[in-house]
Design a protein around this ligand. Structure first.
Ligand SMILES: [Zn+2]
Length: 242
């Protein structure tokens, strides 16, 4: 009898560990898919006023389906965002909780539509990474972002492994940035200035490196030929920084 009890103990412990792991994975998945509402999130939400130091990803993911929270977070002077109606089609294209805007972090750009979550990530990146670095390296700010688009009902391009898989652009959850124009009117582009040595190349590499804390996928010209002329940023379900 005594021996049977001691045999059950390790089994019970094993079952508890497995259940705890399943629970942890379920909670992590909830944050990853944006299903945990802000009201029960221990991480809270982002403010565009300050550079988030910890738990940036779960703080952004609570914005995914919460339009009221989105309106409270995406505000002037950081971004001139206006909400737009949801549009979901049966071919896996469309968007939920998206906005349009013409200015972010002090730089001009014409965006319509982009999901709230990715717009918040973009605002944080421009305001708290791109602009401080521009002031430090060039003594001036970026006044315009080169925009190569957000929404596009299409599959992933440039990678045969993902053939037939919808791009995050098909959900308006991605944005492509081709370059930067500074206050003195000079522009730098990914296509021309990414490679080589010098200040422009250093700037582009550093802003890419710093983008990875806000976007889950941040692709540069180093990723593949399809990205030779732009950064691709999204907040989908994959995670790549290259
Ligand atoms: Zn893209």
């Amino acid at each position: 009898m005594q021996q049977k009890k001691t045999q059950q103990k390790p089994r019970r412990l094993f079952a508890k560990i497995v259940l705890s792991l399943i629970l942890l994975v379920a909670i992590a998945g909830g944050f990853w898919f944006g299903l945990i509402p802000q009201s029960v999130s221990p991480f809270g939400t982002v403010s565009l006023d300050t550079r988030p130091m910890l738990f940036t990803d779960p703080k952004l993911s609570v914005l995914r389906f919460d339009s009221a929270l989105c309106a409270a977070v995406l505000k002037e002077p950081h971004i001139d965002a206006s909400p737009i109606p949801d549009r979901v089609s049966d071919n896996n294209c469309g968007w939920v909780n998206a906005v349009r805007f013409t200015r972010v972090g002090g730089a001009q750009i014409g965006v319509n539509p982009l999901t709230c979550e990715t717009a918040a990530a973009l605002a944080l990146w421009v305001e708290h990474e791109v602009q401080p670095l521009a002031r430090e390296m060039y003594g001036q700010e970026v006044v315009r972002l080169g925009d190569m688009g957000t929404y596009d009902c299409r599959n992933i391009v440039g990678n045969p492994l993902w053939k037939g898989v919808r791009s995050q652009h098909a959900a308006a959850n991605a944005i492509d940035i081709s370059g930067f124009t500074f206050a003195d009117g000079r522009s730098i582009t990914l296509l021309r200035d990414w490679t080589g040595k010098g200040r422009d190349s250093d700037f582009l590499h550093e802003v890419h490196r710093r983008s990875c804390r806000y976007f889950r996928v941040a692709l540069s010209p180093d990723f593949n030929k399809a990205h030779a002329n732009h950064f691709h940023f999204d907040r989908g379900l994959m995670w790549t920084c290259r």
